[in-house]
Design a protein around this ligand. Structure first.
Ligand code: SF4
Length: 64
């Protein structure tokens, strides 16, 4: 799901410590640097919300 990243989202992400990246997901294999489900990680990996205008959230994300 692609969402627009604006200043409100950035503020709320900081305030509520939004976690959504692959590196924070239980399905991420750190050793292999990949998703155990085989999904592409590029859209959800190491995202800096201060530098993007949209972000793709993964529907399979599970807090790791
Ligand atoms: S399930 Fe989604 S968020 Fe989790 S590691 Fe795989 S691609 Fe990343």
């Amino acid at each position: 799901m692609i969402s627009i990243v604006d200043d409100q989202l950035r503020r709320e992400a900081r305030a509520y410590r939004l976690l959504f990246m692959c590196e924070e997901c239980v399905n991420y294999d750190e050793n292999a640097a990949c998703c155990v489900h085989g999904y592409p990680t590029e859209p959800h990996s190491n995202v800096d919300l201060s530098k993007v205008t949209e972000v793709s959230f993964c529907k399979e994300f599970e807090l790791g």
